[in-house]
Design a protein around this ligand. Sequence first.
Ligand SMILES: Nc1nc2c(ncn2[C@@H]2O[C@H](COP(=O)(O)OP(=O)(O)OP(=O)(O)O)[C@@H](O)[C@H]2O)c(=O)[nH]1
Ligand SMILES: [Mg+2]
Length: 332
Amino acid sequence: MEPAPRSWVDLFEAALRRAARAGAKGSRSKLGTVKRVEAARVRAAADYVSEKLRKVALSMPFLDSLHPFYRELVSTMVDEDKYRLCLSRLYSVSRIVRRIARESLTAIAASADAKGAAKARRAFMGRLRSILEDLDECLKLVGAWQVEIAKLPSIDPYAPTIVIAGAPNVGKSSLLRAISRAKPEVRPYPFTTTNVIVGHLELAGQRVQAVDTPGLLDRPLSEKGLVERRAVAALKHLKGVTVFIFDPTTTCGFPLDYQLAVYSSVKELLGGNPLIPVANKVDATKSDQASELVKALGAEARDLIFISALYGVNIDYLLKRVEEVLSASVSG
Ligand SMILES: Nc1nc2c(ncn2[C@@H]2O[C@H](COP(=O)(O)OP(=O)(O)OP(=O)(O)O)[C@@H](O)[C@H]2O)c(=O)[nH]1
Ligand SMILES: [Mg+2]
């Protein structure tokens, strides 16, 4: 991405500097030379601004050509309508600047004396200034979006993926640490992970990506916040297998019923795509807590795997299951 100017002032001042440099050349005795110098100043400022704005606009991701996964992630970072509007304004201002520069160049060429040429150049700078001033809100927004977009994880939406999901604080990031080289932040409180985070591992000689997601709450899609919607984007659009994590100890702060409600909504989102239920924190799980989960899951408890992400218990077995599911979904 071409970095956006921080404000209209930065852009305008950079244009003025270029104009000053372009104007430093040549003597001022003959009218022809004066006109050439004034024209060079206008051209230098216009070229710089117009090119800068064009590059910024064109270097930003084009929403409609993004993969749906990225499209949804980006929509949690930018207001799509504003985004389109600002980028098209940058682009159109880039052209307007060229047009008014041409008008000024004509006026400079037609001016009868040095004063007239200088006046035409000053008039151009004045118009440029007010046009850029009007663009300030967009420039700042684009700058902020660029910061967000630069933080997007590099996930291949076409590669086999393990999506780790669950309620907050159940140990999702701990599991990503346990199975990949990624080192997402782990904290003893909820809402630590605010973005999708990718890690890589090898399963049966194949490179597989694992994606850690922000914790999900039990509330309808329409009420989900931006951070939660990043997890939803991963669940909806990445292909492979979802590992859903329960914390039967409930030290995560969410009762089992609550976690089960989140589980149901994840199943609904996945619409039949592969899902492995996992009970984490087995090192700290009491037997009645384990049986409560098994009972609540009914027939699905058959697939439940007890692990400890923190102490590395049963991780190999989980990965074996993941491998089986992934190879079944590839061949199926
Ligand atoms: N006893 C025990 N604690 C664990 C285990 N796995 C994770 N924890 C602890 O649970 C807490 C939350 O772990 P995280 O990995 O940050 O949980 P998360 O699901 O990523 O949390 P959010 O990103 O906030 O949704 C931390 O204090 C971990 O040390 C485990 O297997 N056993
Ligand atoms: Mg986390």
